[in-house]
Design a protein around this ligand. Structure first.
Ligand code: S3P
Length: 197
């Protein structure tokens, strides 16, 4: 009887703080998908819902290197950028209670795919959308910021053809984003993670 009452009290307590979302069995959520899939904007909202930290892989590369992503591509090339990306990803995956937004090309590297696969309690979620939608979003982003922030956008078609299979392969969950707002996409991720415990 006492035990039941205690349990009831605990449940009530949990309900009071129940506004915070949970991701059972998971310590880090990695968002993958093409340029324009919403990894950064959805990642921020998701992290807020969970009370976790949001980490952006491109921002981490820029922080470590001291140059912007387009500057690194222009001066040192893609191969150099990819090396930086792998080093930065290894660092971010060492942290707990984090939502990590990858860059769109990170899954092209076998080393990155293995890092994610080998890191325990890591859920990889693919934010999917048709290529036209993704390109539209990138164009709108560029118009809004007044700059072309994505050096590989000119190769979008070829890259998308290769990568879409990689995104599908590395992700345990896929969320279609074209008909969803940022908040709805974050909720869909939480629902998918809760459902497939
Ligand atoms: C890249 C995507 C970019 C950034 C870099 C390379 C790619 O990130 O990492 O420009 O290869 O698709 P976003 O997907 O966040 O735009």
């Amino acid at each position: 009887m006492t035990a039941t009452l205690e349990l009831a009290a605990e449940t009530e307590l949990e309900e009071n703080v129940g506004k915070r979302a949970t991701a059972p069995g998971v310590d880090r959520i990695v968002l993958t998908g093409f340029m324009g899939s919403g990894k950064t904007s959805v990642g921020r909202v998701l992290a807020e819902r969970l009370g976790w930290r949001f980490l952006d892989l491109d921002a981490e590369i820029e922080r470590r290197d001291g140059r912007t992503v387009p500057e690194i591509f222009a001066a040192s090339g893609e191969a150099h950028f990819r090396k930086q990306e792998t080093a930065a990803l290894a660092g971010l995956l060492g942290q707990r209670r984090v939502v990590v937004a990858l860059g769109g090309g990170a899954p092209e590297e076998l080393g990155n795919r293995l890092l994610m696969e080998q890191t325990p309690r890591t859920a990889v979620v693919y934010l999917a959308a048709p290529l036209e939608t993704l390109l539209d979003r990138c164009e709108r982003d560029d118009a809004r910021t007044g700059s072309a922030g994505r050096p590989l956008l000119a190769q979008a078609e070829q890259r998308f053809a290769v990568r879409r299979h990689l995104y599908e392969r590395i992700a345990g969950h896929q969320v279609e984003t074209s008909a969803r707002s940022v908040e709805e996409a974050a909720d869909a991720i939480l629902e998918a993670l809760g459902r497939n415990r």
